[in-house]
Design a protein around this ligand. Structure first.
Ligand code: HEC
Length: 174
């Protein structure tokens, strides 16, 4: 009789243990499913929502914005200064310089939006131009402009700009 009772209790215990294990397993399965759903929804957020997309992209758009702002600033200054600067030309410059550079550096290199170029050596100017063009020296305006110009043009301009100082003095002496 006692044996029967013990056997029954043991069976019940075994059943209970089995059930317990089963519920734990089921719970962990559910947790896994939930985790899976969460993981999927994360991916979706990444794909669909630009505001959560990688930091890289953000800084790219920041750069573009900065660039746009800088360009607008230059354009504004240019407009104001063009009106004021007039065309007080002391000596003649090449059509290339006049067309591409004078709006910012002045008809004779005195500088407006861009810095003064008078008195700079051929080597210095050429170095500056090639550095802007290669991106070693960072300036969006000069970079954008120079990407479309040949090395010959840069050399010719460097040479010409290096003569500005002497030409200026000559013009002043007259
Ligand atoms: C839209 C305006 C703009 C135009 C057009 C422009 N520049 Fe510039 N340039 C600048 C600005 C702004 C700087 C200053 C950039 C810096 O120092 O980072 C600069 C810098 C320079 C410098 C370096 C000066 C220094 O002191 O180091 C040289 C050389 C130069 N430009 C030559 C030229 C030549 C040659 C052209 C024509 C092909 C030209 N630029 C056209 C705006 C302009």
């Amino acid at each position: 009789m006692i044996r029967h009772i013990i056997a029954a209790i043991a069976t019940l215990l075994a059943l209970w243990a089995a059930y317990f294990l089963y519920t734990i397993d089921a719970t962990s399965q559910k947790m896994k499913q939930i985790e899976g759903v969460i993981a999927k929804s994360r991916v979706k957020v990444h794909l669909n929502n630009n505001s959560i997309t990688p930091i890289k992209k953000k800084s790219e758009t920041n750069l573009q914005e900065e660039r746009k702002k800088a360009d607008e600033e230059v354009q504004k200054k240019l407009k104001a200064l063009r009106e004021r600067a007039g065309s007080a030309m002391a000596f003649k410059v090449s059509p290339l310089y006049k067309q591409k550079c004078s709006s910012c550096h002045g008809v004779n290199g005195k500088g407006i939006v861009g810095p003064k170029l008078i008195g700079k050596s051929e080597e210095y100017v050429y170095r500056a131009l090639t550095d802007f063009k290669s991106g070693k020296r960072k300036n969006y305006v000069m970079y954008g402009l120079l990407t479309k110009m040949s090395d010959e043009d840069l050399k010719a301009l460097s040479k010409e700009i290096s003569t500005f100082e002497a030409k200026m003095k000559e013009a002043a002496a007259q």
